[in-house]
Design a protein. Structure first.
Length: 181
């Protein structure tokens, strides 16, 4: 199994796996629908691509695609929390939305279920941490699920094993976790 990780750019943005390719949960909460039509999915994919291209200009690298044997198998996106308007809808009192030196991981996803629990998510997270540290970020945060691995950013145990700590316990389902860089 040959694994590679690439920064998302104008060329490989098309490689973002489904369902993430059309997901605007963090970027545009008003666009989220339970069963969108195919035309809506196309518009959402175009909006997601536009978000990436705008964020690349404003923030710099903001995502990665993980390939297994040259096939897209995972994906992550991150930027400062202010690039993700839906973060304001969460009850986190301590989320540093205005902080320019704190990044927020909105999604870290291994799309092929047969490839989960094989260390690919760790490789993807490690690549993000190296990128952010190299760029001078002081910390990274995300909302992690306490009960389900099907959360867009992943289960809390995944982050705790990578030296994140619980910054704020939000409710029975989620916690805001943080790692200083």
């Amino acid at each position: 199994m040959k694994i590679s990780i690439a920064d998302i750019n104008q060329t490989n943005v098309k490689d973002i796996p489904k369902p993430c390719k059309a997901c605007l949960y963090w970027e545009n909460p008003n666009a989220v629908e339970q069963k969108p039509s195919s035309a809506k999915k196309e518009r959402d994919e175009a909006e997601k691509t536009s978000w990436f291209l705008e964020t690349l200009k404003a923030f710099g690298n903001c995502g990665k695609v993980l390939y297994v044997d040259a096939r897209p198998a995972g994906y992550a996106q991150y930027a400062t929390a202010k690039r993700f308007p839906n973060t304001r809808e969460y009850p986190a009192k301590k989320l540093e939305i205005a902080a320019e030196n704190v990044a927020f991981i909105s999604c870290l996803y291994i799309s092929d279920k047969s490839l989960r629990r094989k260390g690919l998510g760790v490789k993807l997270l490690d690549a993000i941490l190296v990128d952010l540290k190299t760029r001078g970020f002081q910390a990274v945060e995300t909302f992690a699920s306490k009960h389900s691995a099907n959360n867009p950013s992943g289960p809390i145990e995944f982050y705790l094993m990578k030296e994140f700590h619980v910054k704020e316990d939000l409710n029975s389902d989620f916690a805001l976790v943080r790692r200083n860089l």
